[in-house]
Design a protein around this ligand. Structure first.
Ligand SMILES: [Zn+2]
Ligand SMILES: [Zn+2]
Length: 178
């Protein structure tokens, strides 16, 4: 549980330390993730974070198990709409999306491209495939779930209980438009 690992952006300037295992590892097919990925991929030097079948792979980590150890000044927040509750945090040194923070959430969805391929966590399920116009082209290697399931939320709730229902605040140096 106390195993620590350093992950980071494409250029290496922004680094995060994660402790222990993620709450869960999944791929999201929802409209918001796909729209955000498409817009963020247009930033200078950015690479798309989508898989070949348009999924966004993330590892859900308790906020108190994620630390920003370098490049905090490069972090900017991106919202799909100004009034959106959820925000995506971008390392502007190389325009690498770093994580998604849902409004009020006690976890962060860290984008899996932050890990070197050899140590990258493997997704165990796909969620929100009901948002796709045609989900038939998805690989069948892991479960393809139409929405978020009860067990998905139970895992997140279990982590929050373990955190004593705290919700650490994360600050960034500003916003970015894409
Ligand atoms: Zn960078
Ligand atoms: Zn999503």
């Amino acid at each position: 549980m106390s195993q620590r690992m350093t992950i980071g952006c494409a250029c290496g300037h922004t680094r995060l330390e994660v402790a222990g295992s993620p709450i869960l590892v999944s791929e999201c097919l929802c409209n918001s993730c796909r729209a955000a990925a498409a817009r963020l991929a247009k930033l200078p030097n950015a690479r798309s974070m989508l898989t070949a079948y348009d999924a966004t792979p993330t590892a859900e980590y308790r906020k108190d198990r994620v630390g920003i150890v370098a490049g905090a000044e490069s972090l900017r927040e991106f919202r799909l709409k100004p009034e959106a509750g959820s925000r995506r945090i971008i390392a502007t040194c190389c325009n690498t999306p770093v994580f998604l923070e849902m409004k009020g959430a006690h976890w962060l969805s860290l984008y899996l491209h932050l890990w070197p391929e050899e140590t990258r966590p493997k997704a165990t399920l796909r969620t929100m495939t009901g948002d796709l116009p045609d989900a038939s082209s998805l690989p069948a290697d892991i479960p393809n779930l139409k929405t978020h399931t009860v067990s998905f939320y139970m895992k997140l709730l279990g982590a929050w209980i373990a955190m004593g229902f705290r919700n650490p605040k994360i600050t960034t140096a500003g916003t970015i438009d894409a």
